[in-house]
Ligand binder design. Structure first.
Ligand code: BTN
Length: 323
């Protein structure tokens, strides 16, 4: 459920160019004018600069640059994604908390985001390096009305969304199927998809996104230095994680709506635009074997199509592509 604070921020944002009276806020929020004033004081503590004028009302003149539920909400133009945001300065893993919240009824579109993770998790039991303020570490809770076997398509969807947002920063992101985003052959972002489902119904999905934003080369541990990168290293610019998170969320909501209405086919073209090593020979590893094959593309359902040396074509639903 949307909190009063979030609703207040939305109202102030809609009236960014003018003042909104304490009376109007009190009526719309169903709280007393004293309560409105108390909320304003809390926003000021968060770093908002509020212009309060007698007989005119309130206007926010600047929002703080520190990640919080409020600052993320400010300027986030979405219908349902991020209406509920849990922000933690430090946490073991946003993914773990998001799964707990999802299991206890958190609504579709809830976001868990942290400045720092002390036990960030990657795929295949790997750890995910997530130090304070260096990147975006967040998990989205979704309750999609699709069959469980279609869930991997949502990972591909998220990957295209991240690639599209990154491509606005003068870099060339590529998606290494299924869920890594690379720039110049180094990993800038990873996606961890987990779900709880019955045979024909998804109860919830938790999509974890790790995006390296502002690290410089020396900030990565020695084992990651040869394989990891950040948007700052690649674009030469220091970027605002709040704005980037909002861009990802807004784009995601838009693309997700299209996917739910029209299916994966509408995304396939976009995925292919960013596909890594399409038409090239790669080393493939599954639970049972490893071999070289050429990536031919993806199937209409999002599976990877590989052509082997003997001319046979196979479709993979789960594999690791080595580069
Ligand atoms: C991978 O490439 O292996 C996936 C990495 C996913 C990392 C993100 S960061 C936010 C969320 N919380 C976690 O503990 N992991 C995911």
């Amino acid at each position: 459920m949307e909190s009063t604070r979030q609703h207040l921020i939305e109202l102030l944002q809609e009236n960014e160019q003018c003042y909104i009276s304490g009376q109007e806020l009190s009526t719309k929020l169903h709280i007393s004018r004293t309560a409105v004033w108390k909320h304003m004081k809390e926003l000021e503590k968060d770093g908002y600069v509020i212009d309060a004028k007698p007989r005119k009302g309130y206007k926010i003149t600047s929002a703080p640059n520190k990640m919080s539920q409020n600052t993320l909400q400010w300027g986030l133009q979405t219908e349902w994604l991020g209406k509920s945001i849990v922000h933690k300065p430090t946490i073991a893993s946003t993914q773990t908390l998001a799964k707990q919240l999802a299991a206890t009824g958190a609504e579709h579109g809830t976001i868990v985001i942290a400045d720092e993770q002390t036990a960030g998790r990657g795929r295949m039991q790997r750890t995910w390096h997530s130090r304070k303020g260096e990147g975006i570490w967040m998990s989205l809770i979704l309750r999609p009305e699709i069959l469980p076997n279609k869930a991997p398509q949502i990972t591909l969807l998220v990957a295209t969304v991240i690639a599209e947002v990154l491509s606005n920063f003068n870099v060339k992101p590529l998606i290494k199927w299924p869920n890594d985003i690379l720039i110049n052959d180094k990993k800038v972002s990873g996606i961890l998809t987990e779900m709880q489902a019955e045979q024909d119904q998804i109860e919830f999905m938790v999509i974890g996104i790790g995006l390296n934003v502002n690290q410089s080369k020396d900030m990565f541990p020695a084992d990651l230095k040869p394989i990891a990168t950040s948007l700052k290293i690649q674009s030469g610019q220091k970027l605002d994680p709040i704005v980037m998170t909002q861009q990802i969320l807004m784009k995601f909501e838009d693309v997700y709506e299209k996917y739910i209405s029209h299916g994966f086919d509408v995304l396939k073209g976009n995925w292919l635009k960013y596909g890594y090593k399409l038409g090239e020979k790669v080393y493939i590893q599954t639970a049972k074997r490893q071999w070289y094959g050429v990536i031919e593309g993806i199937e209409p359902d999002g599976a990877l199509r590989i052509k082997n040396d003997d001319g046979s074509v196979e479709t993979l639903y789960s594999a690791e592509i080595k580069w």
